[in-house]
Design a protein around this ligand. Structure first.
Ligand code: ADP
Length: 362
């Protein structure tokens, strides 16, 4: 059992920089939570406060109902896996994995069993006599995880564990972490700036910007119903397109385009009649069928898909730029004129950036 209640936590550093504002989250037993956001948004600070590596300036932290806000890191029963692995170069892999248990003066037979079991889970059984320098980056990362597993902590904390790996290894190690989570059924908090990692790993994502939580939800909730423009543009790759649009009777009008609204969209936008809003359309929701003129300026073939970039409505302005993700191999040339349509649409209040219809929930 490991439930974590993070209640109204703030972090103000000594130089008066406030890095985290009123962070609230109830982490369920066995849940994998991913904190995601751009560099400097306060993710690592939050994780480090949970680990006990930074003081909590205000608020409370409870582990299984017990207040551990002031508890020293060593008494929190949590294990952290860092980006740089932090392995001891002069020790073997076995010694690295056994280290924390040796420090605690555990019975050598117990240590031996635990190290072998962790090595088995992580596919490191044949590497135990080697030194870290003899292993690949991915294997070193697994040793760092092994070191956490042997401690059998209540909570695993990961701080950007994959950022030192190349793209291919990142994908493979990500899947290993997912398998590990399934196997251990452990409570895990994972920090990353990479939205793909967040979408693929998380039971629930916490998306942050400038020290504030923007939205908490399942990957699908954040992808399909982003709470605001920030989340809409951060989750999803390539990012969502945004256009200025005015709400008219039954349709939306922007520079060089008019799109019809269905009954539920009309109802949603009723309070905005005659006003300007931000219209968001994901590249994968731009359709090849439609009557919106688009002038192409770039065609990127990705194999399965083609990213086509252009301007809509015959106006070559930044506000009219559009990226479309079309299925299959396309061969648009610079300057080609085509037409597109908008599938799933997202609407945002121009002043607050909040998704229209979610104001009450924000
Ligand atoms: P992230 O992990 O999202 O990249 P951090 O939590 O590391 O962000 O940092 C959040 C903010 O806190 C940043 O503005 C950063 O400059 C500031 N910060 C981080 N560590 C310290 C520190 N030790 N002293 C003062 N400010 C810090």
């Amino acid at each position: 059992m490991a439930q974590l209640n993070i209640q109204h936590i703030d972090k103000i550093y000594d130089n008066n920089v406030q890095a985290v504002f009123d962070f609230n989250l109830d982490v369920k037993d066995g849940e994998l939570i991913v904190l995601v956001g751009p560099s400097g948004c306060g993710k690592s600070t939050t994780l480090r406060m949970i680990a006990g590596l930074e003081d909590i300036s205000a608020g409370h932290l409870l582990l299984d109902g017990k207040d551990i806000t002031q508890a020293p890191a060593k008494d929190r029963d949590m294990a952290m896996v860092f980006q740089n692995y932090a392995l001891y170069g002069h020790m073997t892999i076995y010694e690295n994995m056994a280290f924390s248990l040796t420090l605690r003066k555990e019975n050598p037979n117990v240590i031996h069993k635990k190290v072998l079991a962790a090595a088995e889970i992580l596919g490191l059984s044949s590497q135990l006599n080697k030194k870290p320098s003899q292993l690949s980056g991915g294997q070193r990362q697994r040793v760092a995880m092994g070191r956490s597993i042997v401690r059998n902590p209540k909570v695993f904390l990961f701080d950007e564990p994959l950022s030192n790996l190349d793209a291919k290894l990142r994908g493979a190690t990500r899947r290993e972490i997912l398998l590990l989570h399934k196997r251990l059924k452990a409570t895990m908090l994972y920090v990353t700036h990479d939205q793909t990692e967040a979408l693929t790993l998380a039971d629930r994502i916490v998306c942050m910007s400038m020290g504030h939580v923007q939205q908490v939800g399942t990957p699908l909730e954040l992808y399909d119903s982003p709470a605001n423009k920030f989340v809409a543009s951060f989750i999803g790759l390539p990012p969502m397109n945004f256009f200025n649009a005015t709400v008219r009777e039954g349709f939306l009008e922007g520079k060089g385009f008019k799109v019809a609204l269905d009954a539920s969209e009309r109802a949603l936008l009723m309070p905005y009649a005659g006003k300007e809003i931000d219209l968001g359309v994901r590249p994968e929701n731009v359709l090849t069928e439609g009557d919106i003129p688009m002038k192409v300026f770039s065609n990127e073939n990705l194999g399965m898909n083609t990213l086509v970039h252009g301007h809509i409505g015959g106006v070559e302005a930044v506000s009219n730029k559009i990226s479309a993700k079309f299925r299959g191999w396309c061969d648009y040339k610079d300057g080609d004129q085509t037409t597109v349509g908008f599938g799933r649409k997202h609407f945002f209040d121009k002043e607050t950036g909040v998704a229209i219809g979610r104001e009450d929930k924000a």
